[in-house]
Design a protein around this ligand. Structure first.
Ligand code: AQP
Length: 321
């Protein structure tokens, strides 16, 4: 059974990406699972090419530094030939109405001038990501569920029209995990592309900067440290601490008598959780030849895994050899 998950280089990897996804990918993934840096998905709105390249390298290094086996990781754009060809076949399988119905497209395109056509078509590219690799399960949040449903529809339609080639994928909800919120504005989730990064802990931040951001986290004026999900600031700190300690927020709350002490505890737990990843990722980023070697090997394996499906699909639609 193959599970496929990706991370988009729309900004630097933040603590929420790590605690909510990458940590689980590293500890619970199986040898058949695949994890990729979806750099092509980061191009559906204005982007900076040099930044995209740097962020892609950083994310690849973080995935490997976090302990995901290098043979399970690849960069999406290293498969542009295969994904480009399969996207075209799938665009010829998808109707305009199906693509235009995607809620995320409607929301993101609303009121925006110069909307890139790729914002409309990227769910088809996402279907290509999934179908090329023969993924059975795609763990996604509610916002991406409709896109996996589209991949499912396209797989079934292709198989019924031309012949059985694609595994029909299933969207699965990732196991409930930490939903890390912005430290400066706990009403919203921590995000890599947030403009003001005062409340965002990046995985590669220096320890002193991590401590500073956590010390400035917004709490409230209650005096006691208790876990109450209706108090988003303190609850966020306790959830982060619990995720780092492998414990429950209710239990870790009992160890602290003041917000000051709690913040010190959270800061140390986060610094120690991220330390080995920051060090290993730093080592990889300082050794571009090694990172390139890992990247090439991942690309070769992912290409090889999908090659036969692409060739069959091209042949069955009446193209290729
Ligand atoms: N704050 C979060 N708490 C828990 N999990 C999170 N994830 C993201 N933010 C949090 C999980 O990280 C994985 C990779 O995310 P993505 O690159 O697919 O995009 P995203 O969910 O949109 O992440 P960001 O950081 O918020 O990026 P931008 O700013 O571009 O929107 C996913 O599994 C996601 O659930």
């Amino acid at each position: 059974m193959t599970r496929l998950s990706g991370i988009t280089p729309s900004g630097r990897v933040q603590l929420g990406n790590y605690l909510g996804a990458i940590q689980r990918w590293a500890s619970q993934g199986t040898a058949d699972d695949l994890y990729f840096v979806s750099d092509l998905h980061a191009m559906t709105s204005t982007h900076n090419p040099a930044m995209l390249r740097a962020l892609t390298g950083e994310q690849l290094a973080v995935l490997i530094a976090a302990g995901i086996p290098a043979e399970s990781v690849f960069v999406q754009s290293d498969l542009t030939r295969e994904l480009g060809a399969l996207s075209w076949v799938l665009e010829c399988t998808c109707t305009f109405g199906e693509a235009a119905r995607m809620i995320q497209f409607k929301e993101k395109a609303k009121g925006q001038a110069g909307v890139r056509l790729s914002l409309l078509t990227y769910p088809v590219l996402m279907a290509a990501d999934i179908l090329l690799q023969g993924a059975d399960e795609v763990p996604v949040g509610a916002d991406q569920r409709q896109h996996v449903e589209l991949a499912r529809t396209l797989a079934k339609r292709f198989n019924a029209t031309y012949g059985e080639v694609f595994t029909v994928p299933r969207a699965v909800l990732p196991p409930a995990g930490a939903r890390v919120r912005d430290l400066a504005d706990p009403a919203r989730k921590m995000s890599k592309s947030t403009r003001d990064s005062a409340g965002v802990v990046f995985v590669l931040d220096e320890p002193e900067l991590v401590r500073r951001k956590i010390r400035r986290a917004v709490t409230d004026d209650a005096r006691s440290v208790e876990y109450d999900p209706r108090r988003p600031g303190p609850a966020n700190l306790l959830e982060i601490l619990a995720a780092c300690a492998g414990d429950t927020p209710e239990r870790v709350a009992g160890d602290y008598g003041s917000y000051g002490a709690l913040k010190e505890g959270v800061a140390e737990a986060v610094v120690e959780t991220l330390r080995p990843i920051r060090e290993r990722a730093g080592g990889l980023l300082d050794d571009p030849a090694e990172l390139e070697r890992v990247r090439k090997a991942g690309a070769a394996r992912a290409t090889q895994r999908g090659e036969h499906r692409l060739h069959s699909a091209l042949r069955l639609v009446g193209t290729g050899h």
